[in-house]
Design a protein around this ligand. Structure first.
Ligand SMILES: [Zn+2]
Length: 199
């Protein structure tokens, strides 16, 4: 997890100006809003992060997505979701994977920019996946967590045309300027990339 700088809200201003010229009958209603809240990953549970913790965007229109960044939460599953829902925390990730069974929650749309890399450029071009656990407690990296996360990453790569390799599927510790060490020395990269390629 990591905080990041939001951009200025120029888009909202532009949107406001554009909406002023649109007849009310053409504006999306509550039903359209509800559809926007459906997860990109059909098997994921939707657990929306606070809008104060990510940047609304229209990726890949403004920013191409070419990285998946792997994280470890350093807290438990429910603690992670609580942090993402707290508007004062200024942190989020697109997905959280639960240790015990590999269950996946989506917290930020893939078209939006989650604040997880601690580097604005890397945030704009990546999807962030948090894994429940601690870098020094490898028992949290269960078979189910590896398998469900790898299936998720494979689906993300397919949606965005991202190569399934270590240049494009990286750890938080590989983001320039970070002082974070996750996913840490116990994360089995060879196994993970193998599962992503096989998915
Ligand atoms: Zn991290």
């Amino acid at each position: 997890m990591e905080r990041a700088q939001p951009l200025t809200n120029r888009r909202l201003l532009l949107k406001g100006a554009a909406l002023a010229a649109v007849p009310y009958g053409l504006l999306p209603g509550p039903q359209a809003d509800a559809q926007v809240q459906a997860p990109d990953q059909p098997t994921a549970e939707w657990q929306r992060a606070s809008p104060a913790n990510f940047t609304a965007a229209r990726r890949p229109v403004e920013h191409r997505v070419d990285l998946v960044i792997v994280h470890v939460t350093q807290t438990d599953w429910s603690g992670t979701l609580t942090v993402f829902q707290n508007p004062r925390k200024k942190v989020s990730a697109h997905y959280v994977v639960r240790s015990a069974d590999g269950h996946v929650a989506q917290c930020v749309r893939e078209s939006d920019i989650a604040w997880h890399a601690g580097n604005w450029d890397y945030n704009t071009r990546s999807i962030g996946i948090e894994h429940e656990g601690w870098v020094d407690r490898p028992a949290y990296f269960t078979d189910a967590l590896y398998e469900r996360s790898a299936a998720l990453t494979a689906a993300i790569c397919a949606r965005h045309g991202i190569p399934r390799d270590r240049r494009h599927i990286i750890g938080h510790h590989e983001v320039p300027g970070t002082d974070h060490t996750d996913p840490g020395p116990h994360w089995d990269w060879a196994r993970y990339i193998g599962l992503v390629k096989a998915a």
